[in-house]
Write a protein that binds this ligand. Sequence first.
Ligand code: SF4
Length: 238
Amino acid sequence: MAKHLISKTSYIKGLQCKKAVYLYKHYPKHKDALSSERLKRFSAGHEIGFMARKLFPGGIDISAQIPATYDEYLKSTQEQIKLGKEVIYEATFKYNEVLVMLDILVKTETGWKAIEVKSSIAISETYREDASLQYYVITGSGLELEDFSLMYLNKPWNEIEKEENAASIFITESQIERCKSDLTKVHSEIEDIRRTLAGPGIPSIKTGAQCNTPYPCDFIGFCTRQESEIAEGLFENL
Ligand code: SF4
């Protein structure tokens, strides 16, 4: 079984707030409903991802495998690598109970290159942390990477014509040095998140600046209600 404890999403949540990752893993029912704005962003993200694939055509999409299970994704990824497939979309790797799905994996004459596509016009610190996590998992699982790049837009998505050439709208920036230098830090963050998730209860963390940095937290509704119930002496337990 491809049981995994931590995904990219839970790792980034764990960096933002230990209470957020605990709630995400143990009490997902407390998540706020997705706003229409976030749904639109997810949908744009998918379109941008497909646009980026045009720069690396002819790949196999691991996430389209049937049955659609992480076990199948992991198995299929290894099979495609062994078969010498040169372009793989959503290549899936697991290491140290962390599972990641990489947007584009490319085999060149000199080695494997990993590319993660972002829907924004700049690279944030969170994107770099995401890249470092993926590098940790992919190389830890046994695949040596010659490069790990982030690919992002050179102008906002709503200003891009659908017919535009993919080559003219993306910027690619290598993160390989940062990924290598972050290996120890990523390992220690994973252990920290693991300890949090194994803890006896929801971490006692008050709402604050972290609730909107780097992203608005999915649990703001729950935490705000919990705090007001505690203030009113109504909150006993979950
Ligand atoms: S709303 Fe704030 S305190 Fe609550 S889980 Fe999210 S980041 Fe943490």
